[in-house]
Design a protein around this ligand. Structure first.
Ligand code: SAM
Length: 355
């Protein structure tokens, strides 16, 4: 991956780009307001013909002044074009309106991160998620998750699921190659992976490990699916050193889980896995590593997502570079026997066994 080795901009492009960064929160809010209030939709519906400012005001029922300043912001930001007083959407405008990934990212940034990120500096200095205070007094977002306002939960889960959901069907055959009978799903969240496994192989028994709030959500989902006899639960906080995991598992699954922890914590959790898993079992880790991406925009998104962990989630974790992460795996006495990159939108699968 050579995205970040060389200067790519001329001096003029660089000072222009610096203005983009200086105004990024304003551009973000303007784009979101245009998206959420029907401005982009109205312009898209008009097709190549476009719409005048007055026609957009008429269609959206928004004040004339407001629509004008938003459209002018959108011109500079490359979201709309103006010819003969008619506005049309650019390709970027099209994606802002219609692309699921863009929508999921914007909603996550707005509803989960935006206000809290104001506290980034303190979060960095104090190594604490100081931005989480905008929601209440918790040590980590994971303890807060089931109590956050509905719209925040919706955007959080929308983001989380978007990046893991499409990988699940692709990795199921790999995980079940050795016919595991008992799988521990650590950080099982709403139960999506365990449900998928129980449906994929009628002989497997799953155990979800998570914090109480999430286990409750998972239980409800699993009951609805009629899978309560196939999926058990183990409520625990994986950060409590002396709380061990149950033993005797053929496989342990952790998807988008270990990025919730610092390097030291990752190794400590993997030490617990070492004790819980059978000697011939495998630990499967699904993670989006920013250095294993095909597209620069994917690496960029992950690098920026790291700062959500800094300011909101827990103050000490991130979307990792694979090299940093693999050191933690090795420190816990596991070796990676297989690594498959570019699964789904952004994931890598590590299959690890005891050294
Ligand atoms: C980012 S979500 C990943 C969910 C799911 N595995 C997926 O791939 O979509 C991380 C999960 O880890 C759980 N978690 C975070 N910290 C934890 C802890 N200290 N102990 C147990 N579970 C924890 C959270 O509650 C959440 O369900």
């Amino acid at each position: 991956m050579n995205f970040f080795k060389k200067e790519k901009r001329t001096a003029l492009e660089a000072i222009e780009y610096a203005q983009w960064i200086a105004h990024a929160p304003i551009v973000f809010q303007a784009a979101r307001v245009m998206r959420n209030n029907g401005i982009m939709q109205a312009i898209q519906d008009a097709g190549k013909k476009g719409l005048t400012l007055e026609e957009i005001v008429e269609k959206t029922k928004l004040p004339h002044y407001g629509v004008r300043v938003l459209l002018e912001s959108g011109l500079g930001a490359g979201i709309v074009l103006e010819n003969d007083k008619k506005y049309t959407l650019t390709k970027t405008g099209y994606f802002l309106l219609n692309d699921t990934m863009t929508r999921v990212n914007m909603d996550f940034v707005q509803d989960v991160c935006y206000k809290g990120l104001f506290n980034l500096e303190d979060s960095i200095k104090n190594e604490k998620p100081e931005g989480l205070k905008v929601f209440g007094n918790w040590k980590t977002v994971y303890e807060a998750l089931s109590q956050l306002p509905d719209f925040v939960q919706k955007s959080w889960f929308g983001f989380d699921h978007y990046y893991s959901d499409d990988a699940f069907p692709l990795v199921l055959p790999l995980v079940f190659k050795n016919k595991p009978k008992k799988i521990l799903d650590i950080g099982g969240n709403t139960g999506k992976w365990s449900i998928a496994c129980a449906k994929f192989d009628k002989d497997v028994h799953m155990t979800i490990v998570d914090l109480p709030g999430q286990v409750n959500m998972a239980k409800q989902n699993i009951e609805k699916q009629g899978l309560s006899n196939r999926i058990s639960f183990h409520e625990t906080n994986m950060l409590i050193e002396n709380q061990k995991l149950p033993k005797g598992y053929d496989a342990i699954w952790m998807s988008q889980f270990l990025d919730c922890f610092s390097e030291k914590e990752i190794t400590s959790i993997l030490n617990k896995c070492y004790e819980a898993i059978n000697d011939d079992g495998f630990v499967f880790i699904l993670e989006p590593f920013w250095d294993r991406q095909r597209f620069e925009a994917a690496a960029f998104s992950l690098q920026q997502t790291s700062l959500y962990f800094t300011a909101i989630a827990n103050g000490n974790s991130q979307m990792y570079h694979s090299e940093v992460f693999l050191k933690c795996v090795s420190a816990a006495n596991f070796e990676v026997v297989e690594q498959i990159d570019q699964i789904g939108v952004s994931q890598s699968l590590l299959r690890c066994k005891k050294k």
